[in-house]
Design a protein around this ligand. Structure first.
Ligand code: ATP
Ligand code: MG
Length: 308
């Protein structure tokens, strides 16, 4: 099936000459959850703004549902819901009106039952008659999400939706995301909370300095780049890794009380058995052993670090 979003050689140079995107290629499949990770200033919001038709690209081509985002702005925009990173909403309007008007702006007929469902899902129903200035910061964020969902979009962009929100809202939000995914909505989110991406994304993209460093199925990424460590708690401290065991991915932990074995998560079994028998030949004994798998965070830090 054709991708729902197709980005080809996208570049963006802002009017002050700063190049925020340096040739990004990305296809997003219908119904997937894609997490975009990247440090501050990587270009995430710039890329999202271009797909949503808020910012003009300098070069390249972006289509949404087969329509060009520049030439066919109306068609593409109505397919998209955007939860922006910054709060930008009329403070004197009520929650109900804000969300209902937003639906109208996208050219959809009124549907109070849908608006009610969205507000209830986001625990905003009690506040529907409050004006926005009467809400807390986290509640205003919920209103942004409700607005983005008001016109039943096929694609939802969440630009750091959980920055500065409490645990309850995060949970509410991920429930909403799960439900949307189940109904076939395509979701692209940016986050600095890598564990969130690890939990809910199907694919992960890493962006840094205006370039997409990689896009990969989360499982493949973790298997490919993920390292495992076997940590042996020694009965006697060692000064150094014994000579005959050098160069096999072994290192000593602090104080010489642990021996750490770095190995490839995919070809682990036989090498561990060999290692353990060689240790016993060397007279090295341990009282406990544990393993540790590198997280998406470790992978991210090493990728972005290398790119500097
Ligand atoms: N209007 C603008 N004019 C000039 N430069 C801009 C403009 N908007 C963004 N930039 C620059 O483009 C780069 C990318 O910004 P962008 O907002 O896309 O980053 P981001 O990945 O969303 O970062 P964050 O995680 O902090 O939200 C930054 O260096 C930023 O300073
Ligand atoms: Mg941003």
């Amino acid at each position: 099936m054709a991708p729902i979003i197709s980005i080809q050689n996208l570049t963006k140079t802002y009017s002050n000459g700063f190049q925020a995107l340096k040739g990004v290629d990305l296809d997003v499949e219908r119904g997937e959850i894609l997490a975009l990770l990247g440090p501050n200033g990587a270009g995430k919001t710039t890329m999202i703004s271009i797909v949503c038709g808020i910012t003009n690209p300098s070069g390249g081509k972006v289509t949404v549902g087969g329509h060009d985002v520049v030439k066919d702005f109306r068609a593409t925009r109505s397919m998209i819901g955007l939860v922006p990173q910054e709060l930008t909403t009329d403070q004197f309007e009520t929650v109900w009106n804000t969300v209902s008007f937003s639906r109208g702006l996208h050219g959809k007929k009124p549907n109070p039952a849908h608006i009610e469902r969205v507000l209830r899902d986001l625990s905003l129903w009690e506040k529907k008659d409050n004006t926005l200035r009467q809400l807390s910061g986290g509640m205003k964020r919920r209103v942004l999400i409700a607005k983005a969902l008001s016109h039943e979009p096929e694609i939802l962009f969440l630009d750091e939706p959980t920055a500065g929100v409490d645990v309850t809202l995060r949970k509410d939000m991920w429930h909403v995301v799960e439900r949307l995914r189940a109904s076939g909505v395509t979701i692209i989110l940016t986050t600095h909370y890598i564990e969130e991406a690890e939990e809910i994304a199907d694919r992960v993209g890493v962006i840094n300095g205006g370039r997409l460093l990689l896009v990969e199925e989360k499982k493949t990424l973790m298997a490919k780049l993920g390292r495992k460590q076997l940590i042996l708690d020694l009965t006697e401290t060692l000064d150094a890794v014994p000579h005959r065991l050098d160069g096999n991915g072994l290192s000593l932990g602090p104080g010489g009380t642990t021996l750490i074995y770095d190995f490839d998560a995919e070809h682990e079994q036989s090498s561990i058995a060999t290692l353990l028998s060689r240790l016993s030949e060397e007279g090295i004994h341990f009282k406990d052993l544990s393993t540790r798998q590198s997280s998406l965070e470790d992978i991210f830090v090493s990728l972005v670090g290398e790119d500097k």
